[in-house]
Every structure is written in structure tokens, then in C-alpha cells.
Design a protein around this ligand. Structure first.
Ligand code: NAD
Length: 356
């Protein structure tokens, strides 16, 4: 397995090192060898090459089986013009690898219930929702502009083609099939024509997945239902902008930014895996960042790019056991728990895998 590593900026290198430790522990346990190749992107690439996404990075990533990314960005690059900013590296990677589906699990481990902003009776045994967001179409990529004559106005155009909706809803069904067989498609079909087409296509694709129950929900209702009763959801599929907002809302229900992974997938097996948090420059290089989001991103890599479900579960189970044993990084620290640093957290999880 060839894994492209992009540590990036800030805490990126700290957490990627721990994810590699855990991947190697799985490799040892299961007798699989991995080839890691490190590439530059974001601020680190700007400093060394003058641009946020060097050609060699994109080419190398395309030739890999999966890409594992830390985070990019930091205040030292904030004054650069838009096309040279670190985030352009990320967008360029997603676009260059044609990653049109963004998967963001909102997973609250029962051991961390206190971190959630929701009441305990609403959380129950924890939260486990998967948000599937369309990533390369819709209003974020549509025609936009301004009219400066007379009363000023501006516009952004939302367009979705049938094939774009087909491929993203299909990913939603495929994931739902492997989970609780329930898919909620989120739209605004009472107002938007793109949403009406979205529903028609979702209904058509649903015929190929008779084992999956398909529900439709308006986005405004969904934003409310997520907080009222998150357990009614298992897998959600939605457009780029609705997904952007709802995935942030869902993930924040878990209350712990340092715990949440993500995957971006295309039509093949190649995917990019990264924590949802940023580069946290305030704590970079201090051995206090939580590496669990990066480690759980590696678990997603096993699940979606390598189709190695048992290994993915092994990593997730190791994380749960280390939390159960009371170990916490600073961001999730609670009374009577044992405080550990980035490296120790990574080592504890790797050791747990070796014990399995
Ligand atoms: P951030 O996620 O980096 O940090 C927000 C807060 O959460 C900070 O207090 C930080 O210390 C803390 N935090 C984040 N991850 C943590 C972890 N693993 N362990 C412990 N604490 C953690 O968001 P921000 O401060 O808004 O952005 C910082 C930089 O990151 C900016 O340059 C931004 O553009 C960039 N960013 C990058 C990505 C990405 O690479 N995908 C995403 C978001 C922000």
C-alpha cells in the first residue's frame, strides 16, 4: 500500500507522526507493509517552493493508494493573495484528484459525553451520524458576479446536473447499506429547482438499493432535528452548501474538534483523509495536540480506500479502549482522568492494537 503523507502546517506534522505510528502497528499485527511518501502542501509548500500545491505533490498523490493529510494554514500566510494561500493547496488536491464526496462522521464516544453541548438524555449512548456532502458542484462552483450599475446587486448560481446528483446519492446509499440501512437526503425542494431534481434522482437511485430506507427532509427542519433528536439520523446525503453547514453542526454536537476525522472520495478507491480541525498554530510543536482525529482518519482510509474493514474497526476499538482506560489529551481532559501528550496518546493507541 502506497500512502502519500502531507503533514502540512502547525500541528499537522505532530498528529501525522502519531497516525503513522498507528498504521505501522496495524501493519505489524496484520503483516502488511506500507510505503509512505511525504509531500508538501499549504504553508510549508509556499515556504519551500513559492506555491501552495507543487506539481510533484498532486502527481505523487494521484499515484498513491491514499492520501493522509494533517492540516494547512497559519497566520504567517494570511496576508498572501487568494490564489497563493495555503487553503488553495487543499482545494487543488480535491479538484485535481476529482474527490466529489466528503464524508464526515459525527461520532461521540460514550466516554466523552460531557464534551457535548447536548443534554445527557438527548445523547443517550453516544452519537454516530455520517454526513455525506457533495464537494465539487453546486453554488460554491457556480457562476457568480456583481452588477455595479444603479442599485448594486450580486448573484451566485446553484446548478446540479443529473450525473453529479446520481454519483453522490449512490455513495450515500453504499454507505447506508453498510451501516443501519437508513439514508436521509436533505434538500429544500419546496423552493429550489435543483433540490427537486435532487429528489427525483435520489428516488431513482433508491430503486437499486431496496434494502435501504430513503427519507427526504428539508434543510431547515434538519438543522433543528439534529439538535432535538440526533438519533433519528444515520447517514445523510446533501449538496455542497447544505453539507458544509450541517456537517459543522453535526460534528459540533460531539463537542471535541480534536476527535473528528473526514474522508474525501472520488469514483475510484483513491481518497484523501484528514482531521476536520485546522492547523492549530497556537499549540503546534508542544506535544499537546490531540492526534485522535488524524488516527481515526487513518481508520477511514483502511475502510474506504483499502476496503479493510477489520483493520478500520481495530483502530476505532483501540481509541475507545484508551479513552475507556481514562487517558486524555488536554483538549478533552476531565476531572480524575490521566493527562497525556500527543506522542503518548499515539503510543497508547498503537500499543492497544498490538495487544489485540
Ligand atoms: P483550528 O481547528 O486550527 O483551531 C481551533 C481551536 O481548536 C484552537 O484553539 C486549537 O488549539 C484547537 N484545536 C484544533 N485541533 C486540535 C487538536 N487536534 N488538539 C487540540 N486542540 C485542537 O481552527 P482555526 O484556529 O480557525 O484555524 C487555524 C488555521 O488552520 C488557519 O490558518 C485556518 O485557515 C486553518 N484551517 C485549516 C483546515 C484544514 O487544513 N483542513 C481547516 C480549518 C482551518
Amino acid at each position: 500500500m502506497k500512502i502519500a503523507l502531507i503533514p502540512g502546517d502547525g500541528i499537522g506534522p505532530d498528529i501525522i507522526e502519531e497516525a503513522v505510528k498507528v498504521i505501522n502497528a496495524v501493519g505489524e499485527k496484520k503483516q502488511i507493509s506500507f510505503e509512505f511518501i511525504t509531500y508538501l502542501a499549504g504553508g510549508a509548500a509556499i515556504d519551500q517552493t513559492g506555491i501552495p500545491l507543487p506539481e510533484a505533490t498532486l502527481e505523487g498523490c494521484k499515484k498513491s493508494d491514499a492520501v493522509l493529510l494533517g492540516a494547512v494554514g497559519g497566520p504567517q500566510w494570511d496576508t498572501l493573495p487568494g490564489h497563493l494561500r495555503p487553503e488553495r493547496g487543499l482545494l487543488g488536491l480535491r479538484k485535481g484528484m476529482e474527490l466529489f464526496a466528503n464524508l464526515r462522521p459525527a461520532l461521540l464516544f460514550p466516554q466523552l459525553k460531557a464534551a457535548s453541548t447536548l443534554k445527557e438524555e438527548v445523547i443517550g449512548d453516544g452519537i454516530d451520524i455520517m454526513v455525506v456532502r457533495e464537494l465539487t458542484g453546486g453554488i460554491y462552483f457556480g457562476d457568480r458576479g456583481r452588477n455595479e450599475e444603479g442599485t448594486r446587486s450580486a448573484y451566485d448560481m446553484e446548478t446540479y446536473s443529473e450525473p453529479e446528483i446520481d454519483r453522490i446519492t449512490r455513495i450515500g446509499f453504499e454507505i447506508a447499506k453498510k451501516r443501519k440501512k437508513k439514508l436521509t437526503s436533505i434538500d429544500k425542494a419546496n423552493i429550489l429547482e435543483t433540490s427537486r431534481l435532487w429528489r427525483e434522482v435520489a428516488e431513482r437511485v433508491a430503486k437499486e438499493y431496496p434494502e435501504v430506507e430513503l427519507h427526504h427532509m428539508y434543510v431547515d427542519n434538519c438543522a433543528m432535528q439534529l439538535i432535538r433528536n440526533p438519533h433519528q439520523f444515520d447517514v445523510m446525503v446533501t449538496s455542497n452548501m447544505f453539507g458544509d453547514i450541517l456537517s459543522d453542526e453535526a460534528s459540533m454536537l460531539t463537542g471535541s474538534l480534536g476527535m473528528l476525522p473526514s474522508a474525501s472520495l472520488g469514483s475510484g478507491k483513491l481518497g484523501m483523509y484528514e482531521p476536520i480541525h485546522g492547523s492549530a498554530p497556537d499549540i503546534a510543536g508542544q506535544d499537546i495536540a490531540n492526534p485522535i482525529a488524524a488516527i481515526l482518519s487513518a481508520a477511514m482510509m483502511f475502510r474506504y480506500s483499502f476496503e479493510m474493514e477489520a483493520e478500520a474497526v481495530m483502530i476505532e476499538e483501540a481509541v475507545a479502549r484508551v479513552l475507556e482506560a481514562g487517558y486524555r489529551t488536554k483538549d478533552i481532559m476531565e476531572k480524575d482522568m490521566k493527562l497525556v501528550g500527543t506522542k503518548e496518546m499515539g503510543s497508547l493507541i498503537a500499543e492497544e492494537i498490538k495487544k489485540m
